[in-house]
Design a protein around this ligand. Structure first.
Ligand code: NAD
Length: 363
Protein backbone atom coordinates (compact mmCIF):
# COMPACT_ATOMS: atom_id res chain seq x y z
CA UNK A 1 0.00 0.00 0.00
CA UNK A 2 1.31 3.47 -0.81
CA UNK A 3 2.33 5.70 2.06
CA UNK A 4 0.17 8.77 2.79
CA UNK A 5 1.58 11.85 4.50
CA UNK A 6 -0.49 14.55 6.20
CA UNK A 7 0.58 18.02 5.11
CA UNK A 8 -0.70 21.19 6.77
CA UNK A 9 -0.87 24.03 4.24
CA UNK A 10 -0.66 27.65 5.33
CA UNK A 11 -1.28 29.74 2.23
CA UNK A 12 -1.27 32.98 4.21
CA UNK A 13 -1.40 36.46 2.73
CA UNK A 14 -0.21 38.44 -0.29
CA UNK A 15 1.54 36.20 -2.81
CA UNK A 16 1.30 33.27 -0.33
CA UNK A 17 -1.70 31.52 -1.94
CA UNK A 18 -0.28 31.95 -5.46
CA UNK A 19 3.14 30.46 -4.69
CA UNK A 20 1.81 27.66 -2.47
CA UNK A 21 -0.62 26.54 -5.19
CA UNK A 22 2.33 25.95 -7.51
CA UNK A 23 4.27 24.01 -4.86
CA UNK A 24 1.23 21.79 -4.25
CA UNK A 25 0.99 21.14 -7.99
CA UNK A 26 4.63 20.03 -8.05
CA UNK A 27 4.20 17.89 -4.91
CA UNK A 28 1.24 16.12 -6.51
CA UNK A 29 3.25 15.46 -9.67
CA UNK A 30 6.28 14.08 -7.84
CA UNK A 31 4.31 12.00 -5.33
CA UNK A 32 2.46 10.35 -8.23
CA UNK A 33 5.80 9.45 -9.78
CA UNK A 34 7.26 7.92 -6.61
CA UNK A 35 4.11 6.16 -5.40
CA UNK A 36 3.25 8.02 -2.22
CA UNK A 37 0.38 10.39 -1.55
CA UNK A 38 -0.14 13.65 0.28
CA UNK A 39 -3.27 14.62 2.17
CA UNK A 40 -3.56 18.39 2.61
CA UNK A 41 -5.25 20.31 5.44
CA UNK A 42 -5.67 24.05 5.01
CA UNK A 43 -4.55 26.10 8.01
CA UNK A 44 -5.32 29.80 8.42
CA UNK A 45 -2.57 31.97 9.82
CA UNK A 46 -1.56 35.63 9.66
CA UNK A 47 -3.75 38.34 8.16
CA UNK A 48 -6.31 35.95 6.69
CA UNK A 49 -6.82 34.46 10.17
CA UNK A 50 -7.25 37.96 11.65
CA UNK A 51 -9.95 38.67 9.05
CA UNK A 52 -11.79 35.43 9.86
CA UNK A 53 -11.23 34.97 13.61
CA UNK A 54 -9.81 38.25 14.92
CA UNK A 55 -6.45 36.63 15.85
CA UNK A 56 -3.42 35.66 13.70
CA UNK A 57 -3.27 32.11 15.08
CA UNK A 58 -6.07 30.04 16.59
CA UNK A 59 -5.75 26.98 18.82
CA UNK A 60 -7.40 24.98 16.04
CA UNK A 61 -4.64 26.07 13.65
CA UNK A 62 -1.95 24.94 16.10
CA UNK A 63 -3.71 21.60 16.60
CA UNK A 64 -4.02 21.07 12.84
CA UNK A 65 -0.29 21.79 12.43
CA UNK A 66 0.58 19.38 15.26
CA UNK A 67 -1.52 16.67 13.63
CA UNK A 68 0.49 16.98 10.38
CA UNK A 69 3.72 15.27 9.33
CA UNK A 70 4.94 18.65 8.07
CA UNK A 71 3.62 22.11 7.26
CA UNK A 72 4.14 23.96 3.99
CA UNK A 73 3.71 27.71 4.22
CA UNK A 74 3.57 30.64 1.80
CA UNK A 75 4.00 33.89 3.66
CA UNK A 76 2.06 36.11 5.98
CA UNK A 77 1.64 39.83 6.48
CA UNK A 78 0.64 42.86 4.47
CA UNK A 79 1.78 46.38 3.73
CA UNK A 80 2.56 47.85 7.15
CA UNK A 81 1.68 51.39 5.94
CA UNK A 82 -1.76 50.64 4.53
CA UNK A 83 -3.06 47.37 5.98
CA UNK A 84 -5.53 47.58 8.92
CA UNK A 85 -3.74 44.55 10.44
CA UNK A 86 -0.95 46.93 11.52
CA UNK A 87 -3.30 49.16 13.47
CA UNK A 88 -3.73 46.26 15.93
CA UNK A 89 -1.45 45.86 18.95
CA UNK A 90 1.76 43.89 18.12
CA UNK A 91 0.55 40.61 19.68
CA UNK A 92 -2.49 40.62 17.35
CA UNK A 93 -0.62 41.35 14.11
CA UNK A 94 0.08 38.75 11.37
CA UNK A 95 3.75 38.16 12.36
CA UNK A 96 2.66 37.17 15.89
CA UNK A 97 1.07 34.11 14.26
CA UNK A 98 4.42 32.94 12.92
CA UNK A 99 6.26 33.51 16.19
CA UNK A 100 3.41 31.73 17.98
CA UNK A 101 3.46 28.64 15.78
CA UNK A 102 7.28 28.37 15.97
CA UNK A 103 7.00 28.38 19.74
CA UNK A 104 4.06 25.95 19.91
CA UNK A 105 5.84 23.49 17.61
CA UNK A 106 9.23 23.93 19.31
CA UNK A 107 10.98 24.72 16.02
CA UNK A 108 14.54 25.22 17.28
CA UNK A 109 16.57 24.67 14.09
CA UNK A 110 16.29 27.02 11.14
CA UNK A 111 17.74 25.82 7.83
CA UNK A 112 18.59 28.34 5.15
CA UNK A 113 20.23 26.98 2.01
CA UNK A 114 22.10 29.40 -0.19
CA UNK A 115 22.74 28.14 -3.70
CA UNK A 116 24.03 29.92 -6.77
CA UNK A 117 22.52 28.45 -9.92
CA UNK A 118 24.73 28.43 -13.03
CA UNK A 119 21.99 30.16 -15.01
CA UNK A 120 21.63 33.01 -12.47
CA UNK A 121 25.31 33.82 -12.02
CA UNK A 122 24.83 37.26 -13.49
CA UNK A 123 22.61 38.15 -10.47
CA UNK A 124 25.43 37.31 -8.02
CA UNK A 125 27.06 40.50 -6.70
CA UNK A 126 30.39 38.75 -6.04
CA UNK A 127 33.37 39.01 -8.39
CA UNK A 128 33.13 36.93 -11.57
CA UNK A 129 35.87 34.56 -10.41
CA UNK A 130 33.97 33.67 -7.22
CA UNK A 131 30.60 33.48 -8.95
CA UNK A 132 32.04 31.15 -11.58
CA UNK A 133 32.96 28.60 -8.92
CA UNK A 134 29.33 28.63 -7.68
CA UNK A 135 28.32 27.67 -4.13
CA UNK A 136 25.81 25.55 -2.29
CA UNK A 137 25.78 26.00 1.48
CA UNK A 138 23.26 25.40 4.24
CA UNK A 139 23.10 27.55 7.35
CA UNK A 140 21.70 25.74 10.39
CA UNK A 141 20.74 28.46 12.84
CA UNK A 142 19.63 27.78 16.42
CA UNK A 143 16.28 29.55 16.57
CA UNK A 144 14.87 29.52 20.09
CA UNK A 145 17.77 30.43 22.41
CA UNK A 146 20.62 32.88 22.83
CA UNK A 147 20.53 36.65 22.89
CA UNK A 148 17.04 37.04 21.40
CA UNK A 149 15.46 34.97 24.18
CA UNK A 150 17.61 35.90 27.19
CA UNK A 151 16.65 38.26 29.99
CA UNK A 152 16.79 41.91 28.93
CA UNK A 153 16.26 45.21 30.72
CA UNK A 154 17.31 48.82 30.76
CA UNK A 155 18.21 50.41 34.06
CA UNK A 156 19.43 53.72 35.29
CA UNK A 157 22.65 53.18 37.16
CA UNK A 158 24.15 56.23 38.90
CA UNK A 159 22.44 58.55 36.40
CA UNK A 160 23.65 56.49 33.41
CA UNK A 161 21.14 54.59 31.25
CA UNK A 162 22.39 51.01 30.88
CA UNK A 163 20.85 48.27 28.72
CA UNK A 164 21.45 44.58 29.33
CA UNK A 165 20.77 41.62 26.99
CA UNK A 166 21.66 38.14 28.16
CA UNK A 167 23.21 35.46 25.93
CA UNK A 168 22.76 32.04 27.45
CA UNK A 169 22.84 28.50 26.04
CA UNK A 170 22.73 25.17 27.81
CA UNK A 171 24.29 21.96 26.53
CA UNK A 172 20.91 20.44 25.65
CA UNK A 173 20.08 23.31 23.30
CA UNK A 174 23.49 23.11 21.65
CA UNK A 175 23.52 19.32 21.33
CA UNK A 176 20.13 19.09 19.59
CA UNK A 177 21.07 21.83 17.09
CA UNK A 178 24.44 20.16 16.46
CA UNK A 179 22.78 16.80 15.80
CA UNK A 180 20.50 18.46 13.23
CA UNK A 181 23.52 19.98 11.48
CA UNK A 182 25.43 16.67 11.34
CA UNK A 183 22.35 14.71 10.21
CA UNK A 184 21.83 17.25 7.43
CA UNK A 185 25.51 17.10 6.44
CA UNK A 186 25.12 13.33 5.99
CA UNK A 187 22.54 14.10 3.29
CA UNK A 188 24.89 16.61 1.62
CA UNK A 189 28.69 16.92 1.14
CA UNK A 190 29.45 15.77 4.71
CA UNK A 191 31.13 18.82 6.15
CA UNK A 192 30.10 20.95 9.17
CA UNK A 193 31.67 24.28 10.13
CA UNK A 194 30.75 25.60 13.57
CA UNK A 195 30.69 29.42 13.50
CA UNK A 196 31.24 31.09 16.86
CA UNK A 197 33.20 33.71 18.80
CA UNK A 198 35.07 31.31 21.04
CA UNK A 199 38.01 33.71 21.44
CA UNK A 200 35.71 35.98 23.50
CA UNK A 201 32.42 34.37 24.56
CA UNK A 202 31.88 31.64 27.15
CA UNK A 203 28.70 30.59 25.36
CA UNK A 204 30.78 30.02 22.19
CA UNK A 205 33.28 27.94 24.13
CA UNK A 206 30.42 25.71 25.30
CA UNK A 207 29.20 25.46 21.69
CA UNK A 208 32.70 24.23 20.72
CA UNK A 209 32.91 21.70 23.54
CA UNK A 210 29.46 20.18 22.94
CA UNK A 211 29.66 20.28 19.14
CA UNK A 212 33.04 18.54 19.23
CA UNK A 213 31.53 15.73 21.31
CA UNK A 214 28.61 15.43 18.85
CA UNK A 215 31.07 15.41 15.93
CA UNK A 216 32.79 12.35 17.42
CA UNK A 217 29.62 10.38 16.70
CA UNK A 218 29.75 11.28 13.00
CA UNK A 219 33.11 9.95 11.77
CA UNK A 220 32.07 10.35 8.12
CA UNK A 221 31.49 14.10 8.52
CA UNK A 222 34.44 16.51 8.36
CA UNK A 223 34.23 19.05 11.18
CA UNK A 224 35.92 22.40 11.68
CA UNK A 225 35.30 25.72 13.43
CA UNK A 226 35.52 29.34 12.31
CA UNK A 227 35.21 32.64 14.13
CA UNK A 228 32.14 34.61 13.07
CA UNK A 229 34.04 37.69 11.88
CA UNK A 230 36.16 35.50 9.62
CA UNK A 231 33.05 33.59 8.45
CA UNK A 232 31.42 36.88 7.39
CA UNK A 233 34.46 37.56 5.20
CA UNK A 234 34.82 34.02 3.87
CA UNK A 235 31.15 33.92 2.73
CA UNK A 236 31.97 36.79 0.40
CA UNK A 237 35.51 35.69 -0.50
CA UNK A 238 35.06 31.96 -1.09
CA UNK A 239 31.54 30.65 -0.35
CA UNK A 240 32.29 27.42 -2.24
CA UNK A 241 34.35 26.19 0.75
CA UNK A 242 31.21 25.75 2.90
CA UNK A 243 28.74 22.89 3.12
CA UNK A 244 26.82 23.10 6.43
CA UNK A 245 27.39 26.11 8.70
CA UNK A 246 26.14 25.56 12.25
CA UNK A 247 25.68 28.60 14.43
CA UNK A 248 23.78 30.22 17.29
CA UNK A 249 20.75 32.45 16.90
CA UNK A 250 22.11 35.96 16.34
CA UNK A 251 25.14 34.97 14.25
CA UNK A 252 22.79 32.82 12.14
CA UNK A 253 20.32 35.66 11.71
CA UNK A 254 23.01 37.90 10.24
CA UNK A 255 24.98 35.33 8.24
CA UNK A 256 21.88 33.80 6.64
CA UNK A 257 20.90 37.18 5.18
CA UNK A 258 24.46 37.69 3.95
CA UNK A 259 24.38 34.25 2.34
CA UNK A 260 20.97 35.02 0.81
CA UNK A 261 22.19 38.30 -0.63
CA UNK A 262 25.06 36.73 -2.57
CA UNK A 263 22.63 34.53 -4.53
CA UNK A 264 21.09 37.75 -5.85
CA UNK A 265 17.51 36.49 -5.80
CA UNK A 266 15.03 36.33 -2.91
CA UNK A 267 12.44 34.45 -5.00
CA UNK A 268 14.77 31.42 -5.21
CA UNK A 269 15.49 30.83 -1.51
CA UNK A 270 13.67 28.20 0.55
CA UNK A 271 13.86 27.67 4.30
CA UNK A 272 12.86 25.16 6.94
CA UNK A 273 12.34 25.24 10.70
CA UNK A 274 12.61 21.89 12.45
CA UNK A 275 11.98 20.44 15.91
CA UNK A 276 13.49 17.31 17.46
CA UNK A 277 11.19 14.97 15.56
CA UNK A 278 11.05 14.76 11.78
CA UNK A 279 8.40 17.52 11.77
CA UNK A 280 9.20 20.81 10.05
CA UNK A 281 7.66 24.06 8.83
CA UNK A 282 8.79 24.89 5.30
CA UNK A 283 8.52 28.33 3.74
CA UNK A 284 10.22 30.63 1.23
CA UNK A 285 12.71 33.09 2.74
CA UNK A 286 10.87 36.08 1.29
CA UNK A 287 7.75 37.73 2.62
CA UNK A 288 4.22 38.20 1.29
CA UNK A 289 5.31 40.79 -1.33
CA UNK A 290 2.09 42.88 -1.21
CA UNK A 291 3.44 45.01 -4.08
CA UNK A 292 2.99 42.13 -6.55
CA UNK A 293 0.24 40.08 -4.86
CA UNK A 294 -2.64 38.85 -7.02
CA UNK A 295 -0.83 39.58 -10.29
CA UNK A 296 0.38 36.04 -11.02
CA UNK A 297 3.95 37.31 -11.41
CA UNK A 298 5.62 36.14 -8.17
CA UNK A 299 8.41 33.59 -8.40
CA UNK A 300 7.12 30.28 -6.96
CA UNK A 301 10.54 28.55 -7.04
CA UNK A 302 11.50 29.32 -3.41
CA UNK A 303 8.24 27.68 -2.28
CA UNK A 304 8.72 24.73 -4.63
CA UNK A 305 12.25 24.27 -3.23
CA UNK A 306 10.79 24.53 0.30
CA UNK A 307 8.45 21.68 -0.65
CA UNK A 308 11.51 19.76 -1.84
CA UNK A 309 13.18 20.33 1.55
CA UNK A 310 10.01 19.00 3.16
CA UNK A 311 10.25 15.83 1.06
CA UNK A 312 13.89 15.40 2.09
CA UNK A 313 13.90 16.33 5.77
CA UNK A 314 10.40 15.47 7.04
CA UNK A 315 9.15 12.75 4.69
CA UNK A 316 12.50 11.06 3.93
CA UNK A 317 11.64 11.02 0.22
CA UNK A 318 15.12 11.99 -0.98
CA UNK A 319 14.66 10.72 -4.54
CA UNK A 320 11.51 12.79 -4.97
CA UNK A 321 13.35 15.83 -3.55
CA UNK A 322 16.28 15.26 -5.95
CA UNK A 323 13.77 15.12 -8.82
CA UNK A 324 12.17 18.44 -7.85
CA UNK A 325 15.59 20.11 -7.46
CA UNK A 326 16.66 18.77 -10.86
CA UNK A 327 13.40 19.99 -12.47
CA UNK A 328 14.04 23.51 -11.11
CA UNK A 329 17.58 23.49 -12.53
CA UNK A 330 16.28 22.21 -15.87
CA UNK A 331 13.60 24.89 -16.16
CA UNK A 332 16.28 27.55 -15.61
CA UNK A 333 18.57 25.84 -18.13
CA UNK A 334 15.68 25.89 -20.61
CA UNK A 335 15.59 29.67 -20.25
CA UNK A 336 12.31 30.25 -18.37
CA UNK A 337 12.23 33.09 -15.83
CA UNK A 338 9.69 34.96 -13.74
CA UNK A 339 10.08 38.75 -13.79
CA UNK A 340 12.32 38.96 -10.69
CA UNK A 341 15.07 36.81 -12.27
CA UNK A 342 14.46 37.75 -15.89
CA UNK A 343 17.38 38.64 -18.12
CA UNK A 344 17.53 39.34 -21.82
CA UNK A 345 17.21 36.36 -24.13
CA UNK A 346 15.12 34.36 -21.62
CA UNK A 347 11.39 33.58 -21.81
CA UNK A 348 9.36 35.50 -19.24
CA UNK A 349 6.61 33.41 -17.60
CA UNK A 350 3.86 33.90 -15.03
CA UNK A 351 3.69 32.22 -11.60
CA UNK A 352 1.35 29.42 -12.72
CA UNK A 353 3.27 28.83 -15.96
CA UNK A 354 6.48 28.36 -13.98
CA UNK A 355 4.69 25.78 -11.80
CA UNK A 356 3.44 23.93 -14.89
CA UNK A 357 6.89 23.96 -16.51
CA UNK A 358 8.47 22.47 -13.38
CA UNK A 359 5.71 19.82 -13.16
CA UNK A 360 6.42 18.82 -16.79
CA UNK A 361 10.08 18.28 -15.86
CA UNK A 362 9.23 16.25 -12.76
CA UNK A 363 7.14 13.61 -14.53
P1 NAD B 1 9.12 40.83 0.90
O1 NAD B 1 10.10 39.70 0.91
O2 NAD B 1 7.70 40.46 0.95
O3 NAD B 1 9.37 41.73 -0.40
C1 NAD B 1 10.64 42.35 -0.68
C2 NAD B 1 10.77 42.52 -2.21
O4 NAD B 1 11.02 41.22 -2.78
C3 NAD B 1 9.51 43.05 -2.86
O5 NAD B 1 9.85 43.90 -3.91
C4 NAD B 1 8.82 41.81 -3.40
O6 NAD B 1 8.03 42.05 -4.54
C5 NAD B 1 10.02 40.92 -3.73
N1 NAD B 1 9.69 39.49 -3.61
C6 NAD B 1 9.56 38.77 -2.47
N2 NAD B 1 9.22 37.49 -2.75
C7 NAD B 1 9.15 37.42 -4.10
C8 NAD B 1 8.83 36.37 -5.00
N3 NAD B 1 8.52 35.14 -4.58
N4 NAD B 1 8.84 36.63 -6.32
C9 NAD B 1 9.16 37.86 -6.77
N5 NAD B 1 9.46 38.90 -5.97
C10 NAD B 1 9.45 38.68 -4.64
O7 NAD B 1 9.52 41.76 2.14
P2 NAD B 1 8.77 43.04 2.73
O8 NAD B 1 8.21 43.88 1.63
O9 NAD B 1 9.74 43.63 3.67
O10 NAD B 1 7.58 42.46 3.58
C11 NAD B 1 6.24 42.35 3.12
C12 NAD B 1 5.41 41.63 4.16
O11 NAD B 1 5.89 40.28 4.30
C13 NAD B 1 5.48 42.27 5.55
O12 NAD B 1 4.21 42.21 6.11
C14 NAD B 1 6.44 41.36 6.30
O13 NAD B 1 6.20 41.37 7.68
C15 NAD B 1 6.07 40.02 5.69
N6 NAD B 1 7.13 38.98 5.84
C16 NAD B 1 6.68 37.74 6.08
C17 NAD B 1 7.60 36.72 6.19
C18 NAD B 1 7.08 35.34 6.45
O14 NAD B 1 5.92 35.07 6.20
N7 NAD B 1 7.90 34.43 6.93
C19 NAD B 1 8.97 36.95 6.00
C20 NAD B 1 9.39 38.25 5.69
C21 NAD B 1 8.44 39.27 5.60
Amino acid sequence: MSKTYKIGVIRGDGIGPEIVNEAVKVLDAVSGKYGFSLEYTDIDMGGCSIDKYGVPLTEEAVEAAKASDAVLMGSIGGDAKTSPWYRLEPSKRPEAGLLGIRKELNLFANLRPSVLYDELKSACPLCALTADKGFDMMIVRELTGGLYFGERYTKNSHGMETAVDTLSYNEFEIRRAAHKAFDIALKRRKKVTLVDKANVLDSSRLWRKITESVAAGYPDVEYDTMLVDNAAMQIVKDPAQFDVLLTENMFGDILSDEAAMITGSIGMLPSASLNDTSFGLYEPSGGSAPDIAGKNIANPIATILSASMMLRFSLDQDEAADTVDAAVKQVLRDGYRTGDIYSEGCTKVKTDEMGDLICERVI
